[in-house]
Design a protein around this ligand. Structure first.
Ligand code: ES4
Ligand code: ZN
Length: 319
């Protein structure tokens, strides 16, 4: 039995397996510039975040209908459940779809068809977190938030993702203030490729409750001390960091140092179809490669529930 855990850093578009991409491409008559599943998989050799994002956005073209988003989310729930996930807080990127003519309602309604029955179908409770693309404008983020108002009963929070360098969190102050006023929870990617200063901005300007990645906090001991003192969770994604070359090898990943520094670390899969594993695979990899003890693994699983947007009773039921 895999350890029960929550997954807090998961892009639903990043769960699109090559086989499903081909199936949806055929169903929707969308041409793909790859002849076979093998050719597509061969393209998963990334040199940095941007080279990954280029392919990730390219493949969203196959997602067109509510049923496509439903099938995508259903496939994720099945895989997650098999790896011990009891609760998942799932990112989606509305602008990656609206900018190519797919309505926000299609995305949310489609995802919700699968997620709304996730507890019954797979024993996985879920939350949806709507991410703004930080390489799009602040105005576009605000328009996205406004467009989401009819769906706020299904959206727990907002996040910030995509290409980090040159797009500091402070650019999104206004939309995060508006999100907070609507009662939405707030998270943001920071310190994946960007500097420690971006982590500070996410906390101080955007008011985030969790930091997604946050890896580069280690360059700033004062920031590490603050994150530990304030019990700010980090949603780390070790396999992603290896594939996008934030670290050289998994053996070099600073997860043990971050845990030793007293940080509330969680381990997550980010874009599992692209980075070689779902969250249970990630737990296995850090155990085997970083030599984490069973106690440490249990701490990571416990942290995932502590850092989740669950109330006390829900948390107890989930773990
Ligand atoms: C992402 Cl790994 C990563 N970083 C930033 N934005 C993203 N969107 C999807 N995966
Ligand atoms: Zn991410």
């Amino acid at each position: 039995m895999p350890l029960p855990k929550a997954e807090l850093h998961l892009h639903i578009e990043g769960t699109l397996e090559p086989e499903l991409a081909f199936e949806l491409a055929a169903r929707n008559g969308v041409p793909l510039p790859y002849a076979t599943v093998g050719d597509l998989r061969a393209a998963y050799d990334f040199k940095d975040l941007q080279s990954f994002l280029d392919l990730y956005y390219e493949l969203t073209a196959v997602l067109r209908t509510e049923r496509d988003f439903e099938d995508l989310a259903d496939a994720y729930l099945a895989r997650a459940a098999a790896q011990g996930v009891r609760h998942a807080e799932i990112f989606f990127d509305p602008q990656a779809h609206t900018r190519r003519g797919v309505a926000l309602g299609t995305v949310v309604e489609g995802l919700w068809r699968a997620l709304g029955r996730g507890e019954d179908s797979h024993g996985v409770s879920t939350r949806l977190i709507m991410c703004f693309l930080r390489d799009e404008s602040a105005e576009s983020a605000l328009e996205t938030l406004r467009a989401a108002e009819p769906y706020l009963d299904r959206i727990a929070g907002v996040g910030l993702d995509s290409a980090e360098a040159g797009h500091p969190p402070a650019k999104f102050r206004e939309v995060y203030e508006a999100a907070a006023a609507l009662g939405l929870r707030r998270v943001a990617h920071a310190g994946e490729e960007g500097p420690p200063e971006y982590i500070r901005q996410a906390l101080d300007v955007l008011g985030v409750e969790r930091v997604d990645h946050g890896l580069r906090c280690l360059e700033d001991p004062e920031l590490v001390a603050r994150l530990a003192r304030e019990r700010i969770p980090l949603t780390l994604c070790p396999l992603s960091n290896v594939r996008l070359r934030a670290v050289d090898t998994l053996a070099d990943h600073p997860l043990p140092a971050l845990l030793d520094a007293g940080l509330l670390c969680t381990v997550n899969s980010d874009d599992p179809a692209y980075f070689g594993g779902y969250v249970g695979d990630t737990f296995d990899a850090v155990r085997d490669t970083l030599g984490l003890t069973e106690d440490r693994l249990r701490e990571l699983a416990r942290n995932s529930f502590l850092a989740a947007f669950l109330d006390h009773d829900e948390e107890r039921r989930a773990r």
